[in-house]
Design a protein around this ligand. Structure first.
Ligand code: SAM
Length: 245
């Protein structure tokens, strides 16, 4: 099946409905800020959000940092800019992009799952490292690891706004647990004033063991700290990585 990223292109207008930026992302961003403050070995004022998407993290992080967002999708970047007009957004690929400047902190979270082979995964962390000041902190958060993956898990999220009722049905499935990929399939039920439209898409995502995350981060040149984060009954391991001098 062909990969698409409709959620970041023709269906990007649905992204603001999938989790409220001001409420659902606030607690997580406070946690991220707290880790940065705890581990940074320098004064931290600037932050680069790699794979910033529609700017929901940025909306919360900009209270504490001067935030720049990087993303591949111009549609998502336009959304992020509208939500955060005072912040800077740049289009680029996290595997190869070099902005020619450095930051006190970097965040990489849900977008990393799109790194669906080891070479891309390694390249993305190299990008983070190259954009950090010495003593700065990368916060890297896996959506899933091999240890936390739940085969055939399906989650449903509903939202209502301006005559629209939308249901997001997301299924994850790993057809081959000997490789470092899994599938995400999304079904969108969009009711515009009651009229139903059904859209679908299918992505090939990357999945790595916790040990691989740790080793790749160490090999990239970070000092690695592991911290627990739990939300809605799910446990995550967050990697707080200091760029050593
Ligand atoms: C789930 S969205 C991120 C949402 C974001 N955390 C927020 O706060 O709104 C994932 C993003 O990863 C981006 N992405 C995927 N591959 C990328 C790449 N190679 N380089 C940069 N961004 C990428 C997509 O364009 C998409 O906007």
């Amino acid at each position: 099946m062909k990969d698409t990223c409709r959620l970041y292109t023709d269906l990007a207008w649905l992204w603001p409905l999938w989790g409220d930026a001001a409420t659902e992302y606030a607690h997580y961003c406070q946690y991220v800020s707290g880790l940065i403050r705890r581990y940074a070995r320098r004064r931290t004022t600037t932050l680069l959000d790699i794979g910033c998407g529609g700017g929901k993290n940025v909306l919360n992080l900009k209270r504490e940092f001067n935030v720049t967002g990087l993303d591949l999708s111009s549609t998502m970047l336009a959304q992020a800019q509208a939500l955060n007009p005072e912040c800077t957004f740049v289009q680029g690929d996290m595997r190869t992009c070099r902005l020619g400047r450095t930051f006190d902190a970097v965040l990489m979270d849900d977008a990393i799952s799109h790194m669906n082979c080891r070479a891309d995964f390694v390249a993305a962390f190299r990008t983070a490292h190259d954009h950090l000041e010495e003593g700065g902190v990368l916060i890297a958060v896996p959506d899933v690891t091999i240890e936390s993956f739940r085969q055939n898990r399906t989650t449903t999220t509903s939202a209502t706004r301006d005559g629209l009722d939308v249901v997001f049905v997301e299924n994850v499935y790993d057809p081959d647990d000997t490789d470092e990929q899994y599938e995400t399939t999304i079904l969108y039920l969009i009711r515009d004033h009651g009229r139903l439209r059904i859209e679908t898409e299918h992505w090939t995502m990357g999945i790595f063991s916790q040990d691989t995350w740790r080793q790749v981060l160490l090999d990239t040149g970070f000092q690695v700290h592991e911290e627990p984060y739990s939300v809605g009954g799910d446990e995550y391991t967050v990697f707080a990585c200091v760029k050593a001098g």
